[in-house]
Design a protein around this ligand. Structure first.
Ligand SMILES: [Fe+2]
Ligand SMILES: [Fe+2]
Length: 145
């Protein structure tokens, strides 16, 4: 199958996003563990698993097109110095994901590539749920502080 360069571009951008998110959330998971926040550390570790699963789905698709997964340009880790900062940073990262997957799903829809539209739209739904979850978590944690 001839790979469509724009599709491969979206897959690569998405993969870079997911690998950066993995690095980000793993680092924060260790940081908040040092702060003694075991519950939030566990949650961030579960987020790492979710983002890794997204990366795997993208990689599988790249393999089908004979493209090599190559996330060479990861955005720098933004740790945050306080809990509110961490939530703000992570909300921004999830918003970036939502925009990226919306754009990719739209492109595939217009190109009548429904298989890849479904891949991107499926991950999009999980990122929207992730964003909502961050809001809920922040609300409940800020009440405890
Ligand atoms: Fe993700
Ligand atoms: Fe996410």
């Amino acid at each position: 199958m001839m790979p469509n360069p724009r599709l491969i571009g979206f897959l690569n951008r998405a993969l870079s996003h997911e690998m950066a998110a993995v690095q980000q959330y793993l680092m924060q998971s260790r940081l908040v563990a040092l702060w003694g926040m075991a519950e939030l550390s566990e949650q961030l570790r579960r987020d790492v698993e979710e983002e890794l699963a997204h990366a795997e789905r993208l990689m599988e698709r790249m393999l089908i097109y004979g493209a090599t997964a190559n996330a060479t340009q990861l955005i720098p880790v933004r740790l945050g110095r306080t809990l509110p900062e961490i939530f703000d940073i992570n909300r921004a990262i999830e918003l970036e994901a939502v925009r990226l997957y919306e754009e990719a799903a739209d492109y595939c829809e217009r190109a009548r590539d429904f298989e890849n539209r479904d891949l991107f739209a499926g991950i999009l739904e999980e990122e929207i749920a992730h964003l909502r979850h961050i809001d809920k978590l922040q609300e409940s944690l800020m009440k405890q502080v």
